[in-house]
Write a protein that binds this ligand. Structure first.
Ligand code: MRU
Length: 349
């Protein structure tokens, strides 16, 4: 497994995912602004990876502040939190990670600036390590749903590079493989930024999984030919009722799966479940630059002045979701009850 990012004694190295699959290059991030830019430009992307990058961003931000007085230091640190929180709105893992880092600062009253910096770094490293363990547990839980010889369709990229490593949806496939099951994956290319073609197909092949790449508009047809046994996708935010925000196009895949009687599974860690939001109606959907639609690989493919709508995510209503796989187990509807059970077993309200 490729490590998505690593702490290297004072700075962060992260795989620049915009360069894959042509080049596997780690980019150095030395300042909070480098991390913010990396998140905005999708050098680092995928909900859990964005969260961990955000946590390391706070660590870098804390290192930039020239201040010995802890109160003045913490006041300046707030601006770093604000910068990171303004990068991408949909994946709740970013806000979950930032609130864990903020809790560290709240519990650091009375400590020196150096001690606070140390605690922030410890927390970011802990989150990264926990994510690795969570992905493996989630993969193992989900692998029970897969039988030897099955073909799975996935959309966007929910693999190792979207997390600390191992992945969510792809983690389920890797875990099934580790248990000796042969799984074939159909990967949607995932327009406009081609995470499926550039990242999913590449990562699956690196890990020895038989992979077939299709363009997004082929998924329904492939299902109708009886070639898909189930769909597994990741998520950027899951509302209390089980509505799922994920990469644009996921909703269409879910409708097609339902039309063909194919199970539609979502693999997401507990940190992706936003119990504050009653339904998907309330999930903020990021809109991105029109050029992502009007250009392909740097070449114009549409008229200059055409109107463009470019939502980066959509929301699949919970009624289309067969089950949600997490490190806590596998939930079926009613999702709210399962989420409450999981929260209780974690000692949360
Ligand atoms: O815009 P991206 O590439 O960050 O979108 C990522 C996705 O939609 C993934 O499917 C999601 O974050 C799940 S990642 C484990």
């Amino acid at each position: 497994m490729i490590e998505t990012m690593r702490w290297n004694e004072g700075f962060v190295e992260l795989v620049d995912q915009t360069l894959l699959p042509s080049e596997l290059v780690y980019k150095d991030c030395r300042q909070v602004e480098d991390i913010a830019e990396a998140i905005e430009s999708l050098r680092v992307r995928g909900a859990p990876a964005i969260g961990i990058a955000g946590a390391f961003g706070v660590v870098l931000g804390a290192g930039e502040i020239q201040e010995d007085d802890p109160d003045a230091f913490l006041a300046q640190l707030e601006k770093k939190f604000d910068r990171l929180a303004a990068t991408r709105p949909t994946a709740v893992n970013l806000f979950w990670a930032l609130s864990r880092m903020r809790k560290v600062t709240e519990e650091s009253r009375g400590l020196s600036v150096e001690e606070i910096r140390g605690r922030l770094l410890d927390e970011a490293l802990r989150m990264q390590q926990e994510d690795k363990e969570i992905c493996r547990k989630m993969g193992s839980n989900g692998s029970e749903l897969l039988k030897d010889g099955m073909t799975v369709l996935t959309h966007c990229h929910a693999g190792g590079l979207a997390t600390a490593d191992f992945g969510t949806a792809l983690g389920v496939i890797y875990a099934a493989k580790e248990k000796g099951k042969k799984i074939h994956v159909f990967a949607d290319e995932t327009r406009p930024l081609l995470q499926g073609a550039r990242l999913t197909a590449w990562e699956l092949m690196q890990n020895g999984i038989e992979t077939t790449l299709i363009s997004d508009n082929m998924a329904a047809w492939v299902m109708s030919r009886g070639r898909i046994d189930c769909v597994i996708v990741g998520a950027d935010r899951v509302a209390r009722n089980g509505d799922v925000a994920n990469k644009i196009g996921t909703y269409g895949v879910a409708i097609s799966a339902r039309a063909h009687g194919i199970p539609f599974y979502v693999a997401a860690p507990f940190s992706t479940i936003d119990r504050n939001l009653p339904s998907g109606e309330d999930i903020p959907i990021e809109e991105r630059h029109s050029e992502e639609i009007t250009s392909l690989a740097g070449k114009k493919i549409a008229p200059e002045s055409v109107h463009v709508y470019n939502p980066a995510f959509d929301v699949t209503p919970h009624t289309y979701v067969t089950a949600i796989i997490s490190e806590m187990g596998i939930a079926e509807a009613p999702y709210e009850e399962a989420f409450e059970r999981w929260a209780k077993s974690k000692g949360l309200e």
